[in-house]
Design a protein around this ligand. Structure first.
Ligand code: SPV
Ligand code: MG
Length: 436
C-alpha cells in the first residue's frame, strides 16, 4: 500500500443507496489521497440500524464502481480497530455526526489508534438535508413490502442465531416494537421481530383468548401494524382451526407478508396455555396435527414463509418424552420450527427439551416464550440452542395497569392533576408517531 505515492484515505459505508450527498463527501475525501472504502456486512448493519435492502455483494459492487475509488474492503463490524491496525491509512474520513450517540465510543477508539501511528481523522460536517432524508425514506419503504418483510425472519435467524420478538397488538404498539432502541456500552439494541399474540389481540378487544376473535379481525390487526412498521411478524395462529381452514389462513398470512405462523397442538375449545391444567384443554393427536402441518406447508407459495409447531405437552403435564416424540413427528410432517411452551418458574424443562432435541436435530429453530421463567437472558437461551425468544404479552401487561390507575385517580380526585407523572406529554406522544 505504502509504495503508492499518494496518501491512503479510508472511509466506511453502510448505505445501500448512493446519492449526491455521498458523492460530494467522496470527492472531498479523494482530494486527500487514494480512497479505500470499507463496506459493513449485512449483520453489522442490521444489528445497529435498519435492515439492508441491497445485499452485501451488491453494495460492494456499487461502491467499487464509483469513479476514483481505489478498492473496497470488508469492515467486519462498526469498530475501526482491526481495519486501522491492518491498513494504517493516513486519513480516516467520517461525518461529524458520530461525536454523539452510539458511535461516540467507536470514534474515541479510532482516535486512540490513529494517534498511535500518526494517522489523522478528518470529519466533514454532516448535513441532514431533507432531500436525502426523503430519498432514504422512500427507499426504506421497500422493507415493508410483503416479499421483503416475509423473507427477513429467515435472514435474521441465519445472521444472528438467536433473535427476539416483542408483542404488538395495534399500530402504536407496533411502532414501539419497531422504533424502541437502547444504547448501552457502545452498542445499540432493538427488537428483531413482532409477535402478534392471540392473548393480547383478544385482550385489546376486551375478549377472552379462546379463538373468539375471528381471523378477519386478527388480519385487521396485522394490517394496522403493517401499515406503520417494517419488522417481520410472527403470528399466533392458535390451533390453526381445521386443516381445511388452516390452508386459507396460511395463504392469507403469506400474501400479507407475515413471516411465520405458530400453531399449537390443541383441539376443541382452546384456552390460554398459562392456565395449564387448571382448565380443561385437549391436546390434538400427533396424526391429526401432522396432517394440519403438512396441509399448511403444501398450501404456501414461497420458500420464505414458516410454519412453527407449538408443543403443549409440558403445559398439559404429558411429560418430556411426549414433547420430544411430537417435536420429531412435527418436523417430519414439514414444520419449519418448533415452539416448546412451559409455564414453570425455572427453565430446566425447556433446556432439557432443547438439549435432547438438539442431539438429533441441529437445524430446526426452537422458539420459547419465557413469560414465567423471565429471569433467563437471551444469551443463556442462545447457549442452550434456542433461536427465537418471544416477549409475548409485555406491552399489554405494562400498558393497561397504568390506564386503570389513571382512570381510578381521576374518579378519586375529580381532576387529572395527580396523574401528570404517569402520563406522557402530548409532545412525547406525537414523537411516537413518525411524520410521513
Ligand atoms: C399468546 O401470547 O397469545 C400465546 C402465548 O399464545 S401464551 O399466552 O403464553 O400462551
Ligand atoms: Mg395465543
Amino acid at each position: 500500500m505504502k509504495n503508492n505515492e499518494r496518501p491512503i484515505v479510508y472511509m466506511c459505508f453502510s448505505t445501500d443507496i448512493i446519492h449526491s450527498g455521498h458523492i460530494a463527501i467522496i470527492k472531498k475525501a479523494q482530494e486527500l489521497g487514494d480512497l479505500i472504502i470499507g463496506a459493513l456486512p449485512d449483520d453489522a448493519i442490521a444489528m445497529y440500524r435498519h435492515f439492508p435492502i441491497i445485499p452485501y455483494e451488491e453494495r460492494v459492487a456499487l461502491y467499487e464502481n464509483i469513479s476514483g475509488v481505489l478498492k473496497v474492503i470488508k469492515q467486519k463490524n462498526w469498530s475501526y480497530k482491526d481495519i486501522l491496525n491492518e491498513l494504517k491509512p493516513d486519513y480516516l474520513v467520517h461525518g461529524d455526526d458520530w461525536k454523539e450517540g452510539f458511535q461516540k465510543p467507536i470514534r474515541e477508539e479510532a482516535i486512540s489508534i490513529l494517534n498511535k501511528y500518526g494517522g489523522k481523522l478528518v470529519e466533514f460536517p454532516y448535513s441532514r438535508d431533507a432531500k436525502y432524508d426523503n430519498l432514504e425514506k422512500l427507499f426504506r419503504r421497500q422493507l415493508a413490502t410483503p416479499d421483503m418483510r416475509r423473507a427477513r425472519l429467515r435472514k435474521l435467524l441465519s445472521m444472528k442465531g438467536c433473535i427476539n420478538a416483542l408483542e404488538a397488538h395495534s399500530g402504536i404498539t407496533g411502532l414501539i416494537a419497531e422504533n424502541t432502541t437502547v444504547h448501552k456500552e457502545g452498542k445499540v439494541y432493538q427488537f428483531d421481530a413482532m409477535w402478534l399474540s392471540s392473548l393480547c389481540d383478544s385482550t385489546a378487544k376486551g375478549k377472552p383468548d379462546i379463538e373468539l376473535v375471528d381471523m378477519t379481525s386478527r388480519f385487521r390487526t396485522i394490517d394496522d401494524i403493517m401499515e406503520v412498521t417494517t419488522k417481520p411478524i410472527i403470528f399466533d395462529g392458535d390451533t390453526g382451526s381445521l386443516p381445511e381452514h388452516f390452508v386459507y389462513t396460511v395463504r392469507s398470512l403469506e400474501r400479507m407478508g407475515v413471516s411465520m405462523v405458530i400453531i399449537e397442538d390443541k383441539t376443541g375449545l382452546k384456552k390460554n396455555s398459562l392456565f395449564g391444567t387448571e382448565v380443561k384443554q385437549t391436546q390434538d393427536s400427533i396424526e391429526n396435527f401432522c396432517h394440519k402441518i403438512t396441509a399448511g406447508k403444501k398450501a404456501q407459495k414461497t420458500k420464505d414463509f414458516m410454519i412453527c409447531a407449538r408443543i403443549e405437552s409440558l403445559i398439559l403435564e404429558k411429560g418430556m418424552d411426549d414433547a420430544l416424540n411430537r417435536a420429531f413427528a412435527y418436523v417430519n410432517a414439514g414444520a419449519d420450527a418448533i415452539m416448546i411452551h412451559s409455564r414453570k418458574k425455572d427453565p430446566d424443562e425447556v433446556f432439557e427439551f432443547a438439549k435432547r432435541f438438539r442431539e438429533s436435530n441441529k437445524i430446526i429453530p426452537i422458539v420459547v416464550v419465557p413469560t414465567s421463567y423471565n429471569h433467563v437472558t437471551e444469551d443463556e437461551f442462545k447457549k442452550h440452542g434456542i433461536n427465537i425468544v418471544i416477549y409475548a404479552n409485555h406491552l399489554t401487561r405494562s400498558g393497561f395497569p397504568a390506564m386503570k390507575k389513571a382512570a381510578e385517580s381521576i374518579l378519586k380526585y375529580h381532576r387529572s392533576l395527580e396523574i401528570d407523572e404517569i402520563c406522557m406529554s402530548i409532545n412525547e406522544i406525537i414523537t411516537l408517531i413518525p411524520e410521513e
